[in-house]
Write a protein that binds this ligand. Structure first.
Ligand code: ADP
Ligand code: MG
Length: 239
């Protein structure tokens, strides 16, 4: 069953050229779906449209078989992790993790339960009273992930969440995110410009260039049967 469906989805800013053009795509429930492409290809724009942070210029976006083109972000039942993972510097780890739940009318008891469970899962139990500046890059990243996980939203969107981390930590977090996604059965839409990340994490990958889909497929297919030279050179396969 598909959870997200896009039909001829388009985006233009100020009625100018199309940043995204004729995007047709279905993302399956429980799938780890990677959006990859060079800088400026429209990855963040597409993710923000799914999140409801960006108007849709044309086409139809469905989540759970329901048209959501004009639905508020808070009513879309999804969570999003941004590139700079913007934690509130004046709030503690605990307050940062629970921030989004307050608006959602989750009871205090339920909040505490989810906090304990999420912090344990993410290895943050000992750090709950700290402020973001007292954390390492990797720990901050885990807080951002915890904040998204604690919402219990079935759809998770991530926009280059590892780009600020060093190579070693990135490799570690790739595994951690994948494990978490599997464990919770999340449907993930994960944006990156890093081919290695795409190839090692994705069940399927969509290659985007200039606002157009170049190819959608599993990593092995993309590598062995790139649809065109752009995909071949971007994925690094010999064509
Ligand atoms: P990516 O995330 O793949 O790097 P983006 O989605 O951020 O790409 O941007 C795609 C294109 O849309 C770029 O050419 C960018 O300059 C343009 N763009 C993004 N946001 C805006 C905006 N608010 N106004 C005008 N153009 C924008
Ligand atoms: Mg981007």
């Amino acid at each position: 069953m598909n959870l997200v469906k896009m039909q001829e989805l388009a985006k233009s800013y100020d009625n100018q050229y199309n940043v995204l053009d004729g995007i047709n795509l279905e993302i399956e429930q429980g799938e780890f779906f990677v959006l990859v492409g060079p800088s400026g290809s429209g990855k963040s724009t597409l993710l923000r449209m799914i999140a409801g942070l960006e108007d849709i210029s044309g086409g139809i976006l469905k989540i759970n078989d329901k048209v959501v083109n004009h639905l508020q972000p808070k009513d879309r039942n999804l969570s999003m992790v941004f590139q700079n993972y913007a934690l509130y510097p004046h709030l503690t780890v605990e307050q940062n993790i629970l921030f989004g739940l307050q608006a959602k009318k989750v009871s205090k008891q339920e909040q505490q339960q989810r906090l304990t469970e999420t912090a344990e899962m993410m290895g943050l139990s000992e750090l709950l009273k700290r402020k973001p500046k007292q954390l390492s890059g990797g720990q901050r990243q885990r807080v951002a992930l915890a904040r998204s996980v604690v919402s219990h939203a079935p759809l998770c969107l991530m926009d280059e969440p590892l780009s600020n981390l060093d190579a070693k930590l990135r490799a570690h977090m790739r595994i951690e995110i994948r494990r978490l996604q599997k464990k919770l059965g999340l449907t993930m839409i994960y944006v990156t410009h890093d081919q290695v990340e795409a190839m090692t994490m994705g069940d399927r990958i969509m290659v985007l260039n200039d606002g157009k889909i170049q190819q959608v497929g599993d990593p092995i297919t993309l590598y062995n049967q790139p649809a065109n030279l752009f995909v071949a050179s971007f994925i690094g396969s010999p064509k």
